[in-house]
Design a binder for this molecule. Structure first.
Ligand code: CTP
Length: 227
């Protein structure tokens, strides 16, 4: 490698929904498709970044064969993969739509399934761990953490800022609710120091190189000339 060239940051991307089991055959999930995460991964690999994707049960996977894909189903699976993977990366982009709540483990169901009766049924949910906050608490110097937010348009900036602070991360890619499972999105990138970059309404394939470029630029800004 030519030592005069700047180092390309290694990129770890999470993509897609989680499926949290209710019993052996049912789950709680969401409509995330993996479209944004897979587009980001293909762009990063095409630019020569070492690129790993932690991928849930998606509709869209990266197309390039030089993207390394590791699969998860639940928040807990993703937590394990993140603990194994975050050490070797410079930029983490958490595009996955991780469940905030999951069914509380129920010993009566662990080996089987709910039977239909005429009585109402109550599912008890427990909060999941905040994985980004966990990565942030153990992050190595120089690692850049990028979260995603899906929020009602009116609360977008305020919610993105609250997430930046609560999770102690560096950037949030904020999307209005309509972006879920849609080919396009109106993206606003919000930084921990208050800067805001509006990317406007584009397809997710068009957004991917722009979002990656902003993350790489921010990483370079933070690591200074060392990058
Ligand atoms: N995320 C995470 N761990 C979770 C849930 C979400 O790391 N258990 C990550 C997502 O991958 C995404 C960002 O956090 O990058 C989205 O946060 P969100 O779920 O919207 O945040 P909350 O803290 O749950 O905020 P709110 O309740 O306001 O939606």
């Amino acid at each position: 490698m030519d030592a005069s060239l700047p180092r390309l940051p290694r990129v770890l991307i999470t993509s897609g929904p989680t499926h949290e089991p209710i019993d052996r055959v049912r789950f709680l999930g969401n409509r995330s498709s993996g479209r944004f995460g897979s587009a980001l991964a293909d762009v990063a690999a095409a630019q020569g970044h070492r690129t790993v994707v932690l991928q849930g049960p998606v509709k869209f996977s990266p197309l390039r064969t030089d993207v390394e894909v590791r699969n998860f189903s639940t928040c807990s699976d993703l937590q394990t993969l993140l603990r194994q993977s975050t050490g070797g990366f410079d930029i983490l982009i958490m595009a996955a739509a991780v469940a905030d709540y999951r069914p509380k483990p129920n010993p009566a169901l662990s080996g089987g399934k709910f039977r239909r009766t005429n009585a109402p049924l109550t599912l008890e949910l427990e909060p999941t761990p905040d994985l980004l906050a966990e990565v942030s608490a153990t992050r190595q110097p120089g690692q850049l953490l990028v979260g995603f937010a899906l929020e009602p348009r009116a609360d977008l900036l305020e919610s993105a800022r609250a997430k930046l602070e609560r999770k102690r991360i560096d950037m949030v890619v904020a999307n209005p609710l309509e972006a879920m499972d849609s080919p396009e999105a109106e993206v606003t990138v919000v930084y921990a120091d208050g800067r805001v970059t509006e990317l406007g309404m584009l397809s997710k394939a068009e957004h991917a190189p722009k979002v990656l470029a902003l993350a790489v630029a921010e990483w370079r800004r933070r690591v200074g000339a060392k990058g």
